[in-house]
Design a binder for this molecule. Sequence first.
Ligand code: DGY
Length: 321
Amino acid sequence: MKKLSAKVFITRKIPSEAIKLLMDSGLDVSVYKKDSVIPKEILLKNIIQADAVISLLTEKFDKNVIDKMKNCKVIANYAVGYNNIDVEYAKKKKIIVTNTPDVLTDSTADLTMALVLTCARRIIEAEKFLKEGKYMGWKPDLLLGVELKNKTFGILGAGRIGSAAALRAKAFGMKVIYSSKGRNKELEIQTGARKVSTNILLRTSDFLSIHLPLTKETFHFMNKEKLSLLKNTAFLINTSRGEIIDEEGLIKHLQKRKLFCAGLDVFENEPNINPALLKLDNVIILPHIGSATKEARTNMALLAARNVISILSGKGAITPV
Ligand code: DGY
C-alpha cells in the first residue's frame, strides 16, 4: 500500500486500533492527550496545519474555526450526529465532513430499550428502595410498573437507530407506529409498523422514543404544545440530542406529573445539567452513553480513520454527511 504523507489531528484519545491504522498508512498523527474537552485555543493551534481532523461532538466547528483550517481536506466526526459542525460552510471551503453511521446503531438501540425497561419497571427506584433498607418482604403492590406487551411504541424519526429500536420493541410484543418525513417500508415489513401523523404519534404512544437528528428544524421540536399531546401515562425516551426537547417545558410537565417517566440519555447544554432535572423522581438521566460499548466505539474510531485515509488517498469519503 502506498504510504501517505499528511498530518492528522485527533481532538481526544480514541481507540488505539484507529490510531495504529492511521500511522500504518504513513500519516503523521497527533492527539490531544488530556482526558478533557480540548480548549478552543489549543484546538485552533492544532488545526491550522492539519490535513485531516478527527473531531468529537464536544467541539464546535463553526465558520470561525473552519476559517483557521488552512490545509484541511476532511473533518471526520467521531459520531453519527454532526450538529457540532457547520457542514454547509465546510463544503464551501472544500472540506469533506464524514460521520459514523451504522456502527453504533445497535448499541444506541440497546440503550433505548434499557431506558424503556428501566422506566417501565422502576428499576432505579427499586434498587434505591432496597439499598436504603426499606425492603420488608414481598408484597402484592410493591413497586408496580408497566408491562411492555401490547403497548404502543412510537418512534419519532424512523432512521437507522429508530428502526433498530423498533425491532427490539417488536420482540417485546409492542405495537410499533412511527412518524417521519418518508415512508420506511422495510421497517413496516419487519415490525408491522404503521406510519402516522406526528399528532397521532404523540397522542397514542405509550412509549415515545425520539430518534431525530438535531437541525435548525428539529431544535425544540418537542415544544410545550407537543408535550401536552402526550398521554399522562406515557414514557418519553430520548437517545438523540437534548436540544430536540424544550427542556424547561419538559421539566414543568414532569413536575406536574403529566408524564409517567422520562428516560433521557441526552439533555440540553451538556454537560451542564439543569438542577431541576436532578430533583425529579420521574426522570432517569444518563450521561450520553448511547454508543458507549467497546464494539461501537472501536468501530466508530476505525470508520473515522478509514474515512480520513480514503479521502487523503483521493478515493473519496466512505460515509460523507
Ligand atoms: C452520536 O454518534 O451522535 C452519539 O450521540 C454519540 O455516539
